[in-house]
Design a protein around this ligand. Sequence first.
Ligand SMILES: CC(C)(COP(=O)(O)OP(=O)(O)OC[C@H]1O[C@@H](n2cnc3c(N)ncnc32)[C@H](O)[C@@H]1OP(=O)(O)O)[C@@H](O)C(=O)NCCC(=O)NCCS
Length: 307
Amino acid sequence: MVTIRKELPSDIAEREALLDAAFGNTRFAKAAERLREDRLPADGLSFVACEGTRVIGTNRLWNIMAGPNRPALLLGPLAVANDRRNRGIGTRLMRHALGKARRLGHRAILLVGDAPYYGRFAFTAEKTSALWLPGPFEQNRLLGHELVPSALDCARGLVSGTGRPQSLSWRDWSPPLPATPPLSRRDFTSSSESNRYERYRPPTEDPIFLIGKNSRGNWVVQDQNGLCGGLFIGRAAALKFALSENGNDPEAVRMVPGVLELDIATSKRAAKRHESVPLRLSSSRHGTASSLQQSRQRQKKQSRVPA
Ligand SMILES: CC(C)(COP(=O)(O)OP(=O)(O)OC[C@H]1O[C@@H](n2cnc3c(N)ncnc32)[C@H](O)[C@@H]1OP(=O)(O)O)[C@@H](O)C(=O)NCCC(=O)NCCS
């Protein structure tokens, strides 16, 4: 039996895996993500669909401004497990979320998605043509739904995220990560088929950046060669760093579900391996533009030697 209920902290790992399977890593590069990153979802408006103990669907709503002085919600991501689609679960997640948002007194909902699907829930692009997102998006996929009649009349301007910052309280909702051994460079060079981190091995010579949490709950980014990386306060900051370091290629970023310990080549080890100036470990919480540029320039100077 499938039930729809509020998302719990213990659902997060399964939810992330479900979203990775549905959208891949490109999901973090979407303009809508700029409205969600580093923020908590709207109170009481994160839902999962469950079959027994398995999470098979997810839907969240987020606080936004649909242009100046127009509080609204952003819906998404909505996803249903591949092997459970076309059974009405997406519809149930949508109707549940819309009903709850209405009862909580919200006035309007925006989303970026396929009009042929969301049209059945009365989402249209009719009143969203003068709204824009903080990043590239397709205007005809920016859809609106009025919970209160006329709530989106004359909506105009930048859509901005207004949810509570995640960094203040992420420990409150972030789940304990499953206890798995930390990754090390050995994991990426093993030829064993049974290596459980096999899928994180670099498919190309370009550096793959790994993102995960260490055993202390800090977000970690590092490239698979252990030449560049750092600790970050939130997933979004970690992702930004990884993308800026790899030329904005979301395909070259991997989320690590288990524990990822920072394992950067120290000056001595790097110097030994590369006989050149080693990379300075970027341990900034957010990674400043200048430190990233310097780091990239230094990285370019280095000859890349497979670990
Ligand atoms: C979109 C999604 C959530 C629908 O979940 P679901 O449980 O399969 O949906 P339902 O069973 O309620 O509805 C299935 C119907 O939606 C249609 N549908 C599914 N995705 C669609 C899309 N992108 N465009 C148009 N129609 C779509 C199906 O063809 C089916 O049509 P039918 O009722 O005429 O047979 C699911 O397909 C999914 O997770 N997709 C990947 C992630 C995604 O694209 N999310 C939405 C964008 S944010």
